[in-house]
Design a protein around this ligand. Structure first.
Ligand code: PLP
Length: 444
């Protein structure tokens, strides 16, 4: 059914219409995050109205002083003039290996802790090597829903990928589903985020074990994207060296690499720094087929001196010092990086309630029978509307989000909301806009 918002909408109907037309986006439901950001910026500029901006995962908190000060100090010492080592500064490698031990309880050599220009570049470099290590394994498998731009990276590289929506394959059902892809023999690597962007589901230990066992059975590398490290606030993962630890596939296989981002959990997105972490066994493994592209057959060596060298010749020198200082403070128990971002959980709890009180449904709502956590994202739908229709209608009500269909989800009725830009001062606006929306579209 096509809905037509009429004149009486919280944001001027004609202006929103004109801006949508001017944007040239024929199907809003398939618009990318950055395209929607541009469109909403345009509408805000023309109307002077502030949207409830839920389309982009921007950290809404200030970066920690510890990182900022360490960067300033490093810059004053002149690091800005010096090329950083591609494998990373020793301080960062040391603290990252400690961080992995302290918060995941996994032992890893510093060699395998390699800074990247955000997890974005980490994923790109991972594909460049993981998807080329065996001529027969030329396809990446996404456990979706996922972060849309990671597929764009593969498209840019001209690599093949497969994807499935995990919604109907939680728990033991995941094994057969994974096998149906991986047993074909062409899958080089499996990638997923945990907690998951966009759905905020978190894999259980049982599911991580299934992923690990499948990877070992078919020699597949697991790329575990920890962009939201320790942000499942149902458990307290904040104490260095103490259980519980952030769950990881690394407890069950050696065939792993992780992407650790500073963007969300350290509110450091602007500095574009993260770290790849590669298991000792994978780092040292030799794959003869890598010689088709790189000087050696060593996996770790190819990542550093093949992929990362070609991409950016290392990561911004001062940002490495900033990240290292934050990791050190977390490792020493002097900075509770989790406490700082719990605000997102509080926002999600309130915002989800405002949505469900006004006729909306949460789409991904369970982890194997348990209610999902409140965190950086949540997913929602409105009865009788497709995701594309809902996205468009909400624009007239001053609310922006993205559709789940651009994330590889089969729940085409759903949208993803990011809570980061909506502080408590906007709850009243959100509530009145949702009420107005529900009043208009409520059926029966
Ligand atoms: C799942 C996932 N991976 C990676 C990233 C990118 O992280 P970074 O800012 O470190 O490049 C994001 C950012 O939103 C994300 O959601």
């Amino acid at each position: 059914m096509i809905y037509n918002a009429m004149e009486n909408t919280p944001i001027d109907f004609k202006t929103v219409n004109k801006k949508i037309t001017d944007s040239g986006l024929e199907d809003l439901g398939s618009a990318s995050i950055r395209e929607l950001v541009k469109l909403v910026n345009e509408i805000e500029k023309s109307t002077g109205e502030k949207y409830i901006r839920m389309e982009m995962g921007v950290p809404g908190l200030m970066p920690p002083e510890i990182g900022v000060n360490a960067e300033i100090e490093a810059l004053r010492k002149g690091v800005g003039a010096i090329y950083p080592m591609i494998e990373g500064i020793p301080e960062l490698k040391f603290e990252m290996a400690r961080f992995v031990k302290n918060f995941l309880n996994i032992d890893v050599n510093e060699d395998g802790c390699i800074p990247s220009v955000g997890s974005m570049q980490g994923a790109f470099a991972a594909y460049l090597v993981a998807a080329r290590r065996d001529a027969n394994k030329d396809t990446v498998l996404f456990i979706d829903p996922g972060f849309p731009v990671q597929k764009q990276q593969l498209k840019v590289l001209g690599y093949k990928y497969k994807t499935f929506d995990v919604y109907d394959y939680r728990g033991e059902a995941l094994r057969e589903k994974l096998e149906s892809y991986v047993s074909k023999g062409n899958i080089s690597s499996i990638i997923y985020s945990n907690p998951n962007n966009p759905s905020w589901i978190c894999f259980t230990e049982k599911e991580l074990k299934i992923i690990a066992e499948t990877a070992d059975k078919y020699d597949v590398i697991v790329i575990e994207d920890l962009a939201y490290f320790a942000m499942d606030f149902r458990k307290d993962y904040s104490k260095p060296g103490l259980a519980p630890y952030q769950p990881t596939v690394a407890n069950y296989t050696n065939n792993w690499m992780m992407l650790v981002s500073s963007s969300k959990v350290f509110s450091y997105a602007g500095q574009r720094i993260g770290s790849m972490v590669i298991s000792d066994s994978l780092y040292n493994k030799k794959f003869p087929d890598l010689k088709r592209f790189f000087k050696t057959d060593g996996f770790g060596y190819s990542i550093i001196y093949g992929a990362l060298y070609s991409l950016s010749s290392g990561v911004c020198h001062s940002a490495q010092f900033g990240f290292a200082a934050m990791l050190k403070a977390a490792n020493d128990g002097e900075y509770d990086f989790v406490e700082n971002v719990k605000e997102y959980g509080r926002r999600a709890r309130t915002m989800k309630k405002l949505f469900t009180d006004n006729g909306f449904k949460i789409v991904y709502d369970k982890d194997e029978g348990n209610p999902i956590a409140d965190g950086f994202y949540f997913t929602f739908s409105y009865p009788g509307m497709t995701g594309g229709e809902l996205l468009k209608e909400l624009l007239y009500y001053g609310i922006s989000a993205i559709t789940l269909s651009i994330t590889g989800s089969e729940r085409t009725e759903g949208l993803r909301a990011c809570v980061s830009q909506t502080g408590a001062d906007r709850y009243a606006d959100l509530e009145s806009r949702l009420k107005c929306f529900n009043k208009k579209f409520k059926q029966g």
